[in-house]
Ligand binder design. Sequence first.
Ligand code: MRU
Length: 363
Amino acid sequence: MLYRNEKFTSLWENKSKPYPQINIIDQTLLPFVFSIIKLDSSDKAIESIKNMNLRGAPLIGVAGAYAVYFAVLESKSHKDERILREKIKEISEARPTAVNLEWAVNKTFDYSQTFSGIDAQINAALECSRAIRQDEINNSLNIGLNGVEFIEDIYSRTCKPVNILTHCNAGWLATIDYGTALAPIYVAQERNIPVRLWIDETRPRNQGSKLTAWEAYHQKLDYKLISDNAGGQLMRDGKIDMVIVGADRIASNGDVANKVGTYLKALAAKDNDIPFYVAAPKSTFDFNIESGNDIIIETRSDSEIFYIDAFINGEYSKVPIALENSPTENIGFDVTPSRLVSNIITEYGNIYPNAQDITKLLK
Ligand code: MRU
């Protein structure tokens, strides 16, 4: 079964009357259980973002926009502007690293507030959320169309399957459709260009083994799942032609925050003369910060280090893999300096990661 289709995008509206609600795929239960969660309040949306039932920068942004719509809708009953503004702040801060969240929340709330009367504000917030969702779909496709050029280029020279390494999940589950890092791969597949995807398992939350491999399996991609530390040697062995990753926040100078472990892959790629591409929409750029040093990195719970999720006898359970009293440091993201990035693939085109090119194309 192909999951990436009209019905199963990673977030879609249901037809509840008079106000639509949204459905998401519960990503914490993949790859063994496919389950849908209905979100019908700002609190449920915030909880889903925090728990990572949904994750990935563009998807978090879309969910944040709908959370604003729910918050404006809820203000129809409590009629308290202070409560509404506090809720908007809470949504914005549900996760810190992905700038898409703050961007989509501000855009939706500000737009709704240009209308007077609560019904008009609710409709405006809903329309804005829908537009952001549709834009992310269009952006992903355009990222795919721009990024496939790099794959085609290698294929036209080698006439062999193009080997691509990716980290974390930046496929359609992390966006709405296509993805960011995986979009060029899906477009290559549509064009019958042979590609083999090497997927880092991505500890501690295993987005690679749980989500990217699930996508790859259902999309019938040629793929191999590898442990997080294998990429460097595979590059030395000449098994990788390029790396493509997503991003959670990109500074004005092209420094990139992405899932922890990305930086080490970029270093290994540089040492082996392998191109390292970052695929991201404009909504992932933070023009308010100059460099990666200004990016706030999310620290996550110790339990992600102490336990893994195991699926035993049809149920998920947390299995301990370290002594619980071990001191830990669980940073969720790292920053790859722009000098290690070959190009950034955006919906507007492929750009060099420097302030001049970023400003010229995007700002
Ligand atoms: O913590 P997550 O899973 O929300 O992390 C975000 C990501 O999915 C990755 O960093 C990804 O590579 C960029 S988002 C398309």
